[in-house]
Every structure is written in C-alpha cells, then in structure tokens.
Design a protein around this ligand. Structure first.
Ligand SMILES: *Cc1c(COP(=O)(O)O)cnc(C)c1O
Length: 236
C-alpha cells in the first residue's frame, strides 16, 4: 500500500470503480450487476464521508458497536449499511432493520434468532449465508456440503429472506489462486437456485476483497467487499 500514500481516498474510489467496470466488461457482464461494498472497519467517519463524496454508497461494517456509532453521522438514505462481520446472537436485536443486508449468517441458530427478532420488529431481514468455501477449521461459515440442506431449513423462516451466498477464500498473495473458490461458490448458488425453494433466490454473490475482487467479478460476484484498496492499510 506504500505507493498509495500520496493518493486521496477519492482517487482510490474512482480507481476501484473503474477496475470493477473493466473486470465486468472483460467477463461480458454489465457493470451495473456488480456493486461495491466499502469495508469501513476501523475507518473514521471523516474518511468514510470522503469516500461517500467520491461515490461510495454501500458501506460494510464488521462490528455492531462500531457501526452504531458511525451510522447516525450519515443522512438516512444517503448510504446503505451492510453487516459483513461475525454476528453474535446477543447482538442481533440491535441490527434488525439497521443493516439492509447481513452478509454473514453462519449458523442455523443465528438465522433463527434473526428471524425471531425481525418478527418482533415487524421486519423482513435480507441475509446472505456465509460459506466456509475452503473448509478451513478456524473460519466461520457453513460447510459447502451442508449449505443446500441449511438453505431449505432457513427458507421456512418467514422473517428472513435469503438473497445469496458470501465467502472469504483461504488467504493467499496470489489472486488467481482464489479463483477456484469463487467458482465453487457460484456453482453452489446455481445448485441452490435449481432447488427452487420458495423465497430463496441466489441473486447475490458476495465475494472478492481488495486483493482479488477483479477475479471474483470474473467468476460472478455481485457484491465485492473492498477496504484497504480504498482507505489504505489498517493499522489496528
Ligand atoms: C475487512 C474485510 C473486507 C475488506 O478487506 P480488504 O482486504 O481490506 O479489502 C472484506 N470482507 C470482510 C468480511 C472484511 O472483514
């Protein structure tokens, strides 16, 4: 990231958006099918605001407490907030209706809690199911082999709507080595769609981060979560 030190957030937002467009076109997709979620964990409000001025609209936060301090700083409706981090069940009540999309539903129990709390609030919460696409022992998410069954269970919950899948492939410095994982997630989504469950449509594939979002777009990403390529390296 050293070479970015001289760049402004505005330049970086424009550069990421241009690369998203180019990657979509290269893959024969319309650029409008890919949305940028700016990952804003640890980023202060003025920097986020600078990004919003430069064209960011979707903001992704990892921690409930941190998000709740930032959200009131932005005019309601001027941006949308997504939750992309691990969500604890006891925090669910404070996120219902606050986040337009929760990317990171990683257990049936969490889905049930979201359904219950959304029901209390008279809300229907959009979610993605997080898949542990590399079967990593320490990573959150459903095992790829379990997802189809889990989807059919969650599909019964009336206050939750499954919009697609999310994954974070095993870390690597070579973006190309993430490709098979992105492809696998896209295939999983196709298989789920083929089940034709009521209220389940795999519209969204949340995959790709600063290092590999272009590859993810080539493999079908509709939401890319980009942090450091916009805001610089995180020091905390
Ligand atoms: C931090 C984070 C990102 C963005 O990571 P960068 O490598 O900084 O782009 C994406 N997704 C999740 C879930 C994150 O926590």
């Amino acid at each position: 990231m050293e070479s970015l030190v001289q760049d402004t957030i505005k330049t970086r937002v424009q550069s990421v958006l241009a690369k998203i467009r180019a990657a979509a076109e290269k893959a024969g997709r319309s650029a409008s099918t890919v949305r940028l979620v700016a990952a804003t964990k640890t980023v202060a409000i003025p920097q986020i605001a600078e990004g919003v001025q430069a064209g960011l609209f979707l903001l992704g936060e990892n921690r409930v407490q941190e998000a709740l301090t930032k959200i009131p700083a932005f005019t309601h409706g001027s941006v949308q907030w997504h939750f992309i981090g691990q969500l604890q069940r006891r925090k669910v009540r404070s996120v219902i209706g606050v986040f337009d999309l929760i990317h990171s539903v990683d257990s049936l129990e969490l889905a049930q809690e979201i359904d219950r709390r959304a029901g209390d609030a008279g809300h229907r919460q959009d979610v993605l199911l997080e898949v542990n696409i590399g079967n990593e022992p320490t990573k959150a998410g459903f095992c790829p082999d379990d997802v189809r069954e889990v989807v059919s269970e969650i599909a019964h919950l009336s206050h939750i709507r499954i919009k697609g899948l999310m994954a974070i492939p095993p870390p690597t410095s070579d973006p190309a080595s993430a490709r098979p994982y992105f492809r696998k997630l896209a295939e999983l989504a196709k298989m789920i769609d083929a089940q034709q469950l009521p209220s389940v449509k795999m519209d969204e594939l949340s995959m790709g981060m600063s290092n590999d979002y272009e590859v993810a777009i080539e493999e079908g990403a509709t939401l890319v979560r980009v942090g450091s390529a916009i805001f610089g390296a995180r020091h905390v």
